[in-house]
Every structure is written in structure tokens, then in C-alpha cells.
Ligand binder design. Structure first.
Ligand code: AMP
Length: 397
């Protein structure tokens, strides 16, 4: 029996989960926030307890030390030797990482070089990887890439109709994201449906604060809504998703808000989506409450959100030439019966039909009617578990 940590490092945060493997039992989990700022917060949850401390954490190496000290302080482990593996989520793996990879100095450098594709995420991921390598150099250390699952996309799906040199020289192509989540829920859905994944065409909808939709054919990603970066695709909490690219030069010419690349990126990534249209919140719970109170802008935000999901699902019926099931996951997909009902009610022509009694908060499994040609499922995602399983796979190689 051994213990494995899944790590998801953000620019100023470090989310972790400790597993007993191979039992896949969660022993503890936690979040360190405000790394590099004053009053950083470390939260540890275990045995029904939640412990929090506020202290100044200067960088990811110190954050890792604090997390490991906390594990000992709370008697979750007696010594570091019990930890035999660590798995790190990495956002951008580019074209190179088609599979998870064992950590070496060369691999860390490749992750750092790929920061061009994920400037907010990859440097933070690399900092988390280096921190663990420094403190626990001898354990099995594995990188799991958000993009690997999508490397099976055909060229016609991942290339943009731009001059080819921007692909060959600048690597501009669709990479997608949320790969571990799409792969996990597709495999879980096959189990629920009782069919080999090789016989299924699935449309997986990861709808959280970030959102993406993937067409999965025989277990392989053949197209996905996020693009060169996680800005593309459906509307999100604060991101636009797809918009007419001509809007950008137009706003550069006619407003003061778009003078630098950073300004453009800020508006499209942080001020748009549900937040931008509602003028209120990026959080679907707030949008739903405001909608109930009759707020016009919140209702419009909800309607656009649903419309874009429906259109992507429609596209993927075409890409797959039909589908056996649609799967909802992540914060909104798992919890918002209103969003699921609104999306599916517009897809009845395709053979989708939700059973209202099954489409309740907390629903899991099949929520479509027995007669529906296309099944609809809710499958809670578990990206941390996928990461821990990948570490296990490398240990057993
Ligand atoms: P995630 O990024 O996967 O954590 O998802 C975050 C999103 O899930 C936020 O927009 C939340 O408002 C939404 N969410 C979480 N719980 C609910 C709920 N009960 N009803 C509607 N939306 C929810």
C-alpha cells in the first residue's frame, strides 16, 4: 500500500489530494491559496475535519513544504517515506506529449518551453513539479497533460484556415483542454451504458467555470470546442468562447479598452461570458437566482450560454454522424438541472429526451427517458483520480 498525491498548481495556488493506492481511497485533500502574496491560506480536509492556517508563503517550494508538514502535523502520514508517487496536472503539452510522462529535467524544460501556449498555467505547473523534485527526489513523479487526450484529433479538426506558416512556424492549431475529464467521463459512461467504448459515439460536455465539449469516437477525441487556448468554444463564466475575430481590430480602433495584447486578453478572458453579459456574476448559481427574480440581463446570459452549448452539440452530431449519448459533467453540468433541461429540450429532433423526475440536483447516471434514441447522462468528473491512476500505471510499468 502506498500513498500518492495529485497536484494541480495554479499561478498562485496549489490544489492537492492524497490517495491510498491502489485502493483509490482519498485520505486528505487541500488547497493553498495566495502563494506569493501576503496572508496565504492553507486548508487541509481529512476525517470530516477542515483545518485552515494563514501565513505568508513566498513560492511553490514553500507551499509544498507546508503541505507535507501539514500531512505529518495532522498524523495523516508518519513520515515522507509513505509517499511513493506524485502526479502533476499540466495544462499545455503541445503536440509533443501524446501521453503522460515521467519527470526528468528535460521534460520539465519542455513544459517550461510550452509556456508560450499557456502563459498563466505552465510556469506554475513547472514550479510545482520542481518543488516536489527538490523535496522528494526519489518518488515516482508523473506529468498528466490536459491536452494529451486531444492529440488523436484529425488534422482537418485541429488546423485553422490561416496561412500554413502560422502552424509550421508558430504552432497555431487547436490543442483543446480538460482532456483528463473528457476521457474519464467517456469511459465511465461506457460502463454505465454497458457497452465497450470502442462501440460508442459520445458527446462529452465539461461545463464548469471553464467549459468545453468533445466529440469522442470509439474512445478517441476527434474534435473539441476549446482551441489554441482555453478561450475558444462555448461561452464560459468569464470567457467569450468563439466570437467573430474581426471584433478585435474593430474595438482596437474604436475604444480605449483594447490598446495592448494584455488588454484584449483581459477583456476576452476575464470580463466576458456570464459575467460580461449579466453585468453581475460569473457564477451560474447567481445567474439562476437573478433569473428567477426576473432579471433581464441574467436571463439573456443564461440563454446565450445554453444556445452555444446546443450549437456545439449539434456540430458534434455532424462530426460523429450521430451519437449514442451526451454526457454532462463539472460544476454546472453536474449540478444545474436547469441548464441540462434547457440544453436537451432544444435537441428533441436528434432523439434526445430528458426524464424530468431523473433530472434533479445530485442526479447521477442516465437521466433520459427509456425511449430516447440518444441517452443523456450525468457523470461526476474526477481529474485528481485520473492523475493518481496515471502515477500507478507508471509505477507498474
Ligand atoms: P467548476 O469550474 O467545475 O468548479 O464549476 C463552477 C460552476 O459550477 C460555477 O458557475 C457554479 O455556479 C456552478 N455550480 C455549482 N453548483 C451549482 C448548482 N447547484 N447549480 C448551478 N450551478 C452550480
Amino acid at each position: 500500500m502506498s500513498k500518492t498525491i495529485s497536484i494541480n498548481a495554479g499561478s498562485s495556488s496549489l490544489k492537492w489530494q492524497l490517495y491510498l493506492m491502489p485502493q483509490e481511497q482519498v485520505l486528505a485533500k487541500g488547497l493553498i491559496e495566495r502563494i506569493g502574496l501576503k496572508d496565504s491560506i492553507s486548508t487541509v480536509k481529512f476525517d470530516g475535519r477542515s483545518e485552515q492556517q494563514i501565513l505568508d508563503i513566498t513560492d511553490h517550494t514553500q507551499a509544498v513544504r507546508i503541505l507535507l508538514d501539514d500531512l505529518k502535523r495532522f498524523d495523516i502520514i508518519q513520515s515522507y517515506d509513505e509517499i511513493t508517487g506524485v502526479g502533476h496536472r499540466v495544462v499545455a503539452g503541445g503536440e509533443h506529449f501524446k501521453d503522460s510522462a515521467l519527470v526528468t529535467e528535460e521534460v520539465i524544460q519542455q513544459v517550461e518551453e510550452l509556456s508560450l501556449l499557456a502563459p498563466l498555467h505552465n510556469p506554475a505547473n513547472a514550479a510545482g513539479i520542481r518543488a516536489f523534485r527538490e523535496i522528494l527526489p526519489d518518488i515516482t513523479s508523473v506529468l498528466v497533460f490536459d491536452t494529451s487526450f486531444h492529440t488523436s484529433m484529425p488534422e482537418k479538426a485541429y488546423r485553422y484556415p490561416l496561412p500554413s506558416k502560422y502552424y509550421t512556424e508558430n504552432k497555431v492549431r487547436k490543442y483543446g483542454a480538460h482532456g483528463t475529464s473528457h476521457e474519464y467521463v467517456a469511459q465511465e459512461a461506457a460502463k454505465v451504458l454497458g457497452k465497450p467504448i470502442e462501440e460508442l459515439k459520445l458527446i462529452t460536455c465539461h461545463i464548469g467555470n471553464g467549459a468545453s465539449i468533445t466529440a469522442v469516437d470509439k474512445g478517441l477525441s476527434v474534435d473539441t470546442s476549446m482551441g489554441f487556448t482555453p478561450l475558444g468554444g462555448v461561452m464560459m463564466g468569464t470567457r467569450t468562447g468563439d466570437i467573430d475575430p474581426a471584433i478585435i481590430p474593430y474595438l482596437m480602433l474604436h475604444t480605449d479598452d483594447f490598446s495592448s495584447p494584455e488588454d484584449i486578453s483581459h477583456v476576452l478572458n476575464r470580463e466576458s461570458g456570464l459575467k460580461g453579459v449579466s453585468g453581475n456574476s460569473s457564477d451560474m448559481r447567481d445567474i439562476e437566482s437573478a433569473m428567477e427574480a426576473g432579471d433581464h440581463d441574467a436571463t439573456l446570459a443564461f440563454d446565450i450560454f445554453v444556445d452555444r452549448i446546443q450549437k456545439y452539440i449539434g456540430q458534434y452530431f455532424a462530426v460523429l454522424n450521430g451519437a449514442d449519448a451526451i454526457i454532462f459533467t463539472a460544476g454546472i453540468g453536474e449540478n444545474s438541472d436547469l441548464v441540462r433541461e434547457a440544453v436537451i429540450s432544444g435537441l428533441s429532433w436528434f432523439g434526445c429526451d430528458i426524464e424530468p423526475a431523473k433530472n434533479v440536483r445530485g442526479a447521477e447516471g442516465v437521466i433520459s427517458t427509456p425511449e430516447a434514441k440518444v441517452k443523456v447522462l450525468v457523470i461526476p468528473t474526477d481529474e485528481e483520480l485520473v492523475i493518481a491512476r496515471e502515477v500507478e500505471r507508471f509505477k507498474n510499468q
